[in-house]
Design a protein around this ligand. Structure first.
Ligand code: EPZ
Length: 419
């Protein structure tokens, strides 16, 4: 099982190129199920979760071809098996993103119920309620969801009691071929929802309001192929921005979308980092040698992203004062905290809040990653800790960060991967 060995104490300096967003590429790949024509996708990140989604599509009968420029062409095969088996879904719960397109286009889907994961129970009840409102019949048997809509889906008003990113994406993909109009209320406003909608519109879908809380979809008869470039990964960009601030470095994050990161950059500025935009799609973050504690509350976009909470907590261990980190999205997303404490941080968990007192000198330690973003927070802590840090179970990080150790080494970090 791979691990990272990190020698702390070097400031990150230089330029780093951001990859395509994993959390956009996942629904975009699932959307290819909605047409029998080829879809050409650029900037698909080479990370584990994407390979899992590709394997799932191939298992169902789709064909995927890697072009020499890194583009991926996705084609429907001659016959499609509308099923997402447990063996796949248990490794990646985002497989539930095939539900909407399968029911929307094929009138049936058999998808294993995703189990919980380290950060929470993460049910998909809102996805299923939404599909029922569009006329699907949903049964749960033997750990699988059996969804059928023999007469096809019909447009409806789908109101989400709670904002759900992949729930919104699932229902958009179910509604694009439904009869009539669908209105999604209390929709997620994440940039990845907008990116999915941009692809679907290129395929001929009629969608308005993506990026707002109310999305209108008018069903069409069929969708064509298209060509699309995935947006930049704002969480990867935010992770490097925090890396520059925590190490007192000077990093240009290139090929990102600064307006997708305003909640983070506002906090970094208040915490004392210098954040500028020297050019379009470039964010420059410089540590100024002094960090001040700043509270955060994780919220749906455009609020502070829960996927940057762990990384930000590492930063606050180096800031002067007390920072209260409130996690409002997931019920168990502080597993990085005890590992940071083992490195010398002062963090007290009180329900959904972590109270971080700083600055504390961190010392390198042997730590274990528990989930994708927790692993990023431990790596960031290792970069600033005195001595050597070993991070176990970096397969978590490989799920969502492309070539992370070479990108960090390119910025001067002393990090290597070992067995
Ligand atoms: C997406 O997960 C992201 N994954 C997550 O990123 C991200 O943390 C999350 O949105 C929140 O921003 C992808 O886009 C593939 P939700 P998702 O449905 O859609 C509850 C990463 O690190 N809920 O918005 O699964 C749920 O339990 C990953 O890249 C229900 O109760 O998240 C959670 O508390 C981690 N019932 C809250 O809503 C449902 O049917 C928000 O979840 C659905 C969700």
């Amino acid at each position: 099982m791979d691990r990272f060995v990190i020698e702390g104490g070097t400031a990150l300096r230089g330029r780093v190129e951001i990859s395509g967003a994993k959390n956009s590429a996942l629904p975009v790949l699932a959307a290819c199920l909605l047409t029998d024509q080829p879809v050409i996708l650029h900037r698909i990140p080479r990370v584990k979760d994407i390979r899992t989604m590709m394997d799932l599509l191939i298992h169902m009968g789709m064909s995927l071809e890697n072009g020499e420029t890194g583009a991926v062409t996705v084609r429907a095969g001659s016959s499609l098996q509308p099923e997402a088996p447990y063996e796949v879904v248990k490794t990646m719960r985002a497989s539930s993103l095939v539900l909407g397109p399968l029911v929307g286009r094929y009138g049936r889907a058999r998808v294993s119920l995703p189990g919980g994961c380290a950060i929470g129970a993460r049910p998909i009840d809102l996805h299923m309620r939404g599909l029922e409102q569009l006329g699907a019949k949903i049964e749960q048997t033997h750990g699988y969801i059996e969804a059928t809509a023999p007469e096809g889906l019909r447009g409806a008003v789908v109101h989400f009691d709670r904002i759900t990113v992949t729930g919104t994406e699932d229902i958009i993909m179910a509604a694009v071929l439904a009869r009539g109009e669908t209105v999604i209320e209390n929709a997620a406003r994440e940039p990845e929802v907008v990116d999915l909608s941009d692809l679907l519109r290129k395929m001929g879908a009629e969608i308005e309001g993506a990026g707002t809380s109310t999305i209108r979809i008018r069903g069409v008869k069929h969708l064509t192929g298209a060509e699309h470039t995935i947006i930049a990964d704002r969480i990867e960009a935010g992770t490097f921005a925090i890396g520059a601030a925590i190490t007192g470095g000077d990093v240009e994050v290139v090929g990102c979308v600064p307006e997708h990161l305003t909640a983070l950059t506002a906090k970094l500025r208040k915490a004392g980092a210098e954040v500028t935009e020297p050019a379009p799609s470039v964010l420059r973050v410089r540590g100024t040698g002094r960090l001040l504690s700043e509270d955060i509350v994780t919220e749906e976009h455009p609020g502070f992203p829960t996927d940057l909470q762990a990384q930000y907590m590492s930063l606050m261990t180096q800031a002067e004062g007390i920072a209260i980190v409130s996690e409002r999205i997931f019920e168990n997303r502080f597993m990085h905290a005890p590992e940071l404490v083992r490195m010398g941080a002062s963090i007290r968990i009180d329900g959904r809040q972590a109270i971080v007192a700083g600055p504390r000198r961190l010392t390198g330690a042997h730590v274990m990653a528990s989930d994708l973003r927790a692993s990023a927070s431990l790596v960031l802590a290792g970069l600033v800790a005195k001595g050597e840090t070993i991070v176990d179970r970096v397969y978590h990080m490989d799920r969502g960060y492309e070539k992370i150790e070479s990108k960090l080494a390119g910025l001067g970090a002393r990090i290597r991967r070992t067995q």
